[in-house]
Design a protein around this ligand. Structure first.
Ligand SMILES: C[S@@+](CC[C@H](N)C(=O)[O-])C[C@H]1O[C@@H](n2cnc3c(N)ncnc32)[C@H](O)[C@@H]1O
Length: 614
């Protein structure tokens, strides 16, 4: 078709859209709807209430495809690697979520994500499902020696792409599915979104988390000024969808009182119980309307149509404890003194979050500026917003784990570190961010940040330094319990060779593969990288305690013994005496000595130690 005829078709379609907008879906004609609109008596193919889009099945397949990736540590980029339980994982989040499934199953208390909103300008990661995972990984995670994704892995999802909503839903669907399994039974997820996709996200989350686990659609006032140049409305809010893993098990903390709320408490009469605020003695419902006479002789009755809130005995107690307020002149309508110490620690959260308590976009940019990262990242969230989510859903006493797998500039890590400092908590964070390249014309690139992941890591380092310098001289760091570090891990191909059954078309190829797999480990694999891959495969956390002694890595004291360098009689004896639950070692260490391998296996069996040779 030449350009001219295409325009003719386009024009016709535009005309049709003006008179029959309802027959279009993602800019294409839905033929069933067109027939129905033209009066034909048709039966819709899928007559049931559900969310569907072009590519849903493929997205589901992406979720089910096993990963061949792993995570390798990068100590140089980390802070306090050996003693921290915070994590920064650099990699594409679908793969990372798959890699984390076994080790973090049911362990996460709170998830916050701020995915691309689908504004028509966003870069979306393309999960090329049909592609072989190996090639996919090469393209997505290890394009060059530095492990950078190129723009090839991303595409701009423009509004006229034809599958604008579908593309976004296909990206979100598998990722949400994989996060649900990570949540604890009393866990909660908060997702930021705006009007571009809030309707679809609500349906999608109903499908993944169950409609019964919907908690709230919070409206967050992201801006404090009005855009007077807006054509229709000044868009001043975002949505935050909140779902529980199992709503019945989910309990929120009360929201700490704001400065504003505390302002209404005073102590004009110097009452020994401290600050109070006057509240009515009547209630809208009840049964008692009899008058009551106080010890100063004033008689009070509830106003018409209302009832007494308290019985005679309580009224007497309050009166004698000087807990009734008769105004400055002692003659006004009596009210109860509600003391700050008696009311609940905080207030029940509401679904409207004003910028005064939850921050705003401008404040978020200033926070980055204060860290010396001016103009380096567009559209961060304010720490106050994420702190509030944490205050409501996590606890300062229980080492809760918080994950953000669209972490951008790592505001979530910043908020967790700040909150721990404020309330002495021990919350842990896991940030996941792919090494999305910064545009070469951007401030970030000019300042030396090649990827968004680099920005995130640098922000965490600067926040840690800020906390340290702020407190210098105030308390002893050696004794401080706050975890001021993070371990960096990067998504890479497995250290083990992948068995390619799809390539075996001939006997020769089968033999070739068998030969290649005589030692299943990749030649260049480093001991430490293999160790972490084995931890993940065994369902152990990346922050497990690791102690190296005499050729054996001891995981979480005595849970697993991992032997990766050499295996001899001596090592066998140490393992048997220490009695770990499991021994993991490499086939190559037995150097084709089958007799020794069989003997070791029998001895481990006798000692009740599970042995895995890889
Ligand atoms: C809106 S930003 C998050 C901003 C963040 N809340 C903050 O305050 O800085 C979304 C981030 O998700 C990242 N992202 C998008 N798709 C991703 C994927 N498939 N894997 C990992 N990161 C991804 C983008 O690079 C971007 O930095």
């Amino acid at each position: 078709m030449d350009g001219k005829s295409l325009n003719v078709v386009e024009e016709k379609l535009n005309d049709l859209k003006k008179i029959l907008p309802e027959v279009f879906s993602e800019e294409k004609i839905d033929w069933e709807k067109l027939k129905a609109a033209l009066g034909e008596d048709i039966e819709f193919r899928e007559e049931r209430y559900h969310l569907n889009w072009a590519g849903k099945s493929e997205a589901f397949r992406a979720l089910q495809t096993p990963t061949t990736a792993t995570l390798i540590p990068d100590k140089e980029e980390s802070v306090n690697f050996d003693n921290t339980e915070n994590l920064f994982i650099e990699g594409e989040n679908l793969e990372v979520l798959k890699v984390l499934q076994k080790s973090y199953f049911g362990k996460i208390k709170m998830i916050y994500i701020d995915p691309p909103y689908n504004t028509g300008n966003d870069f979306i990661y393309s999960d090329k499902f049909a592609e072989r995972r190996e090639d996919y990984l090469k393209r997505s995670g290890t394009k060059d020696e530095n492990g950078m994704i190129t723009r090839e892995g991303l595409f701009r999802n423009s509004k006229d792409s034809g599958h604008y909503h579908s593309n976004w839903l296909s990206m979100m669907y598998p990722r949400l599915f994989l996060t649900r399994t990570l949540l604890r039974e009393d866990g909660v997820i908060f997702v930021s979104v705006d009007d571009n996709e809030v309707h679809n996200l609500r349906m999608l989350m109903n499908e993944v988390f169950g409609e019964e686990n919907f908690v709230a659609n919070v409206v967050w006032e992201k801006k404090y000024t009005r855009s007077n140049d807006a054509k229709w409305f000044s868009d001043n809010h975002d949505h935050i969808l909140v779902y529980g893993k199992n709503k019945e098990n989910l309990k929120f903390n009360l929201q700490p009182r704001s400065e504003e709320q505390l302002k209404s408490y005073h102590n004009p009469d110097n009452h020994p119980k401290g600050k109070w605020k006057a509240t009515p003695l009547h209630a809208k419902s009840g049964t008692n309307i009899t008058p009551y006479t106080f010890k100063n002789g004033i008689t009070w009755s509830p106003p018409t149509g209302t009832y007494r809130r308290f019985n005679d005995e309580t009224m007497r107690k309050m009166d004698y404890n000087d807990e009734i307020w008769f105004g400055e002149n002692g003659k006004q309508i009596p009210q109860r003194k509600s003391f700050l110490v008696d009311v609940k620690e905080g207030v029940t959260p509401i679904t409207i979050w004003k910028y005064k308590e939850a921050g705003h976009n401008h404040e978020a940019n200033n926070e980055i500026k204060e860290l010396g990262l001016t103009g380096i990242f567009t559209n961060p969230k304010p720490t106050k917003l994420i702190k509030l989510m944490n205050q409501l859903s996590t606890n300062n006493l229980t080492n809760d784990i918080i994950i953000d797998f669209f972490s951008g500039s790592c505001t979530t890590a910043h908020a967790v570190l700040d909150l721990n400092k404020e309330d002495g908590g021990n919350r842990k964070f896991i940030m996941v961010q792919m090494p999305e390249p910064c545009d070469e014309r951007s401030e970030a690139y000019k300042a030396g940040y090649k990827t968004i992941a680099e920005i995130g890591k640098e922000r965490i380092r600067r926040v840690i330094n800020k906390i340290k310098t702020e407190d210098e001289g105030k308390f002893d760091f050696a004794k401080s319990k706050q975890d001021l570090g993070f371990k960096v891990f990067k998504l890479r191909q497995s250290n083990f060779k992948i068995w390619r059954s799809d390539r075996i078309g001939s006997k020769e190829e089968l033999l070739r593969q068998m030969e290649k797999h005589a030692d299943p480990l990749a030649k260049e694999a480093k001991i430490e990288d293999i160790l972490y891959e084995l931890l993940l495969k065994s369902g152990k956390e990346l922050t497990s305690e690791i102690e190296y002694k005499d050729g054996i890595f001891w995981i979480n004291k005595n849970e697993i013994a991992v032997v990766l360098e050499k295996f001899d009689e001596n090592i066998m004896k140490v393992v048997i005496t220490s009695k770990p639950e499991k021994l993991i070692t490499l086939d190559r260490l037995f150097q084709n000595n089958d007799q020794f391998k069989t003997n070791t296996s029998l001895q481990m069996k006798d000692a009740g130690i599970e042995m895995r040779v890889v």
